[in-house]
Design a protein around this ligand. Structure first.
Ligand code: SAM
Length: 392
């Protein structure tokens, strides 16, 4: 199954089959502190008369709640997110896992709400994704991590492929045998990984895109080949890219036409089924470059002049990341949007100052490399207002 669906997940989720996904990963738009307009839904359990099937065989009624424009606050975020998670649970296999990617503003509220919804026994891990990028606050500790909550549908029966973990370097490799040092150790619940580098080949130009390295790890350990992964806040389709690279299927849902367009273009080589929109046509092939004719060398300094001519007349090949225009919003793909990011590429390629024992996840090079993505500059649309944050 390779499916990308354009639509509000509150409407799409109830139409999906029951128990098809072994893994759900979501990265919902974070609470921003900005005024927002967001439609909320209410899911009410009924005595069997409801129009939707739900968790534990119960029936539910789903209705939209007019919220209008409001000052975004934690209560509203919970009211927005939790009913959608509730709807999605019926799509999970009995041994499936739910991963919810949040930041420091939301995670505590959603943790408590998820404990209430699923039961505390179903909570398995709070994973800290630590990165180091962008500006640094001078009046508080810079916020440089996101939190990913892992819950299982069944507290005792779930997928955890220990041997599929990537290995990371020891903090003090001199204290272990050479073999151990070479093999590396298994990661903990703190994951060091750079954000998607602005000038990297992975970058699609979609704001808040998450790194493939994070999704690769989740998908390899928490699902098996042949499984289907569901992401109902899909954005640029990072979850699907990681899934398909590891022989899993995917179902993506996003309400933003720009998101599904970017995801469909990114995943075009896997021929996904597009629902509610059409796959954009592939970009025309680049025109052949004219062969530069070199001026005759000057007798005084022939080699120098010839080199200069070549340098000046041969354009740099443009890699996929260079042919992808930046989105019109200056928002970086950093998950820490409140710290404005400098736009210089050399700083964007910055790697966190990791010590020997706090390594980042090594980006994987397996599988085909992403095709060049030609994305038109992204016009700000209302549902992306979530991603504009006040600077610190
Ligand atoms: C933080 S982004 C996800 C980024 C993604 N993880 C990636 O790597 O590109 C959140 C996405 O949720 C989408 N979204 C927000 N509300 C939605 C809704 N009600 N239904 C479906 N998608 C929604 C937004 O359009 C946005 O693309």
């Amino acid at each position: 199954m390779k499916r990308i669906i354009l639509g509000d997940n509150a409407e799409v989720l109830p139409t999906l089959p029951e128990g098809f996904a072994r893994l759900i990963y979501i990265d919902p738009p974070f609470n921003t502190g900005e005024p927002q307009k967001r439609e909320r839904i209410r899911v009410v359990a009924t005595d069997g008369a409801g129009d939707r099937g739900g968790f534990g065989g119960r029936r539910y009624e789903v209705s939209k709640v007019e919220s209008g424009s409001y000052e975004d606050d934690f209560g509203d975020f919970e009211a927005f997110l939790m009913p959608r998670i509730q709807l999605a649970l019926r799509c999970l296999t009995p041994d499936g896992s739910l991963f919810v990617h949040l930041d420091y503003r939301e995670v505590h509220y959603i943790k408590v709400a998820l404990d209430r919804l699923l039961g505390r026994k179903h909570f398995k891990n709070e994973i800290i994704w630590a990165y180091d990028f962008g500006g640094r606050s001078r009046n508080r500790w810079p916020s440089k991590h996101d939190t990913i909550l892992w819950y299982t549908k069944d507290p005792n029966d779930y997928v955890f492929h220990f041997d599929e973990m990537d290995r990371i370097p020891y903090m003090a490799p001199g204290l272990v045998s050479k073999e151990k040092a070479k093999r590396g150790k298994t990661p903990t619940d703190v994951w060091w990984h750079t954000i998607v580098p602005t000038a990297g080949r992975e970058k699609t130009g979609y704001p808040t895109q998450k790194p493939l390295g994070i999704l690769n790890r989740v998908i390899k350990v928490h699902s098996s080949p042949g499984d289907v992964v569901l992401d109902f806040f899909a954005g640029s389709g990072t979850t699907a890219e990681a899934a398909i690279r590891h022989d899993r299927g995917f179902v993506l849902i996003d309400s933003n036409p720009e998101a599904v367009r970017v995801a469909a273009t990114r995943l075009a080589r896997f021929e996904p089924e597009c629902i509610g929109f059409e796959l954009p046509p592939p970009p025309p092939p680049p025109l052949p470059l004219p062969v530069p004719s070199l001026p005759p060398p000057l007798p005084s300094s022939p080699s120098f002049v010839a080199d200069t001519a070549v340098l000046e007349s041969t354009p740099e090949p443009s890699g996929p990341e260079l042919s992808t225009p930046e989105p019109s919003t200056p928002e970086p793909s950093s998950p820490e949007p409140s710290t404005p990011e400098p736009s210089t590429p050399e700083i964007c390629a910055e790697v966190p100052p990791i010590g020997p024992g706090v390594p980042e996840i090594c980006p994987e090079v397996e599988g085909p490399l992403p095709v060049p993505i030609h994305v038109e500059p992204v016009e700000p649309v209302s549902s992306l207002h979530d991603f504009t944050f006040p600077s610190e």
